[in-house]
Design a protein around this ligand. Structure first.
Ligand code: NAP
Length: 259
């Protein structure tokens, strides 16, 4: 097997996805940077990949759309000829946080489509490609990373739709880890805690108070996209070869119970 490995990172243009893309470029990967609408941000990330010696290919694709998912994988194979790593990271928060007793079905449907159904079927497509390429000797032990959230197990009654979508994503990782082990494909779930991105920009003051004054996380700082990027690189560079379905908490210790 020759050449640089290739990763697809959904939502790679901003926030956590951008941190993952740059970490992977630094680790020797060429990267397909997926985005939904903000082409300028994706172009900037592409330049940063090239500055790190990697190649970047930008693909606009809405992960909730079947034809876009197909296009994303097809363009990856057409451009680079191989797929070593899928990082399913793209996701959205509800446009309006609404109490469980008031929340609308439209928001629920939107979050399930983008955060759960899209990744579920994108992983399926990527896995089929990886199985074929592994049999053909094009890649060796490709991997899949699913970015979920502490919301997979933390009840926030003002965004139940988001929590349900992330809980479903956690099971998605378990399912594919079980199914794909026989094909030599390990699957990991990365659970970020509170990470400083556009998504959390609107609640910054509240989280500042929780982290710095109330000790919500034992490690008293905001998580950075690079924290997640480094966890992805650990997986991508085969540091966890006998682990699959593993949940990797990148949350400053948020998940710890204390008394
Ligand atoms: P962000 O800053 O809002 O960035 C979201 C990224 O996803 C952007 O690149 C965006 O593309 C892309 N995207 C949005 N909808 C998409 C779609 N339908 N198809 C393809 N790409 C799409 O969000 P983030 O904070 O980095 O979050 C990334 C992931 O981590 C999400 O799954 C989120 O749920 C999860 N997470 C975040 C936190 C946190 O504290 N920030 C904590 C736990 C989990 P455009 O630029 O084109 O819009």
């Amino acid at each position: 097997m020759n050449g640089r490995p290739v990763a697809v990172v959904t939502g790679g243009s901003r926030g956590i996805g951008r941190g993952i893309v740059l970490s992977l470029a630094g680790a020797g990967y060429d990267v397909v940077v997926n985005y939904a609408s903000n082409a300028d941000a994706a172009r900037e990330v592409g330049k940063e990949v090239e500055a790190r010696g990697g190649r970047a290919h930008l693909v606009r694709a809405d992960v909730s759309q079947r034809t876009d998912r197909r296009e994303l994988i097809d363009q990856t194979v057409a451009t680079f000829g191989r797929l070593d790593l899928l990082v399913s990271n793209a996701g959205v928060a509800p446009t309006v946080r609404a109490d469980l007793l008031e929340a609308e079905e439209e928001s629920f449907d939107r979050l399930i489509e983008i955060n759960l159904k899209g990744p579920y079927f994108l992983v399926q497509l990527a896995a089929r490609t990886m199985i074929e390429q592994q049999a053909a000797g094009i890649v060796s032990n490709p991997k899949i990373v699913i970015v979920s959230s502490i919301s997979a197990y933390t009840a926030s009654v003002n965004r139940g739709d988001y929590c349900v979508s992330k809980a479903g994503l956690a099971m998605t990782a378990q399912l594919y880890a079980t199914r794909l082990a026989e094909h030599g494909i390990n699957v990991y779930e990365i659970r970020p805690g509170i990470i400083e991105t556009d998504m959390t920009g609107g609640v910054k003051d509240r989280y500042d108070d929780l982290i710095f004054n109330q000790g919500l996380t034992p490690i008293r700082r905001w998580g950075q996209p690079e924290d997640v990027g480094r966890a992805v690189v650990a997986v991508a560079t085969d540091l966890l070869p006998f682990s699959t379905g593993q949940i990797i908490d990148v949350d400053g210790g948020f998940h710890l119970r204390t008394l």
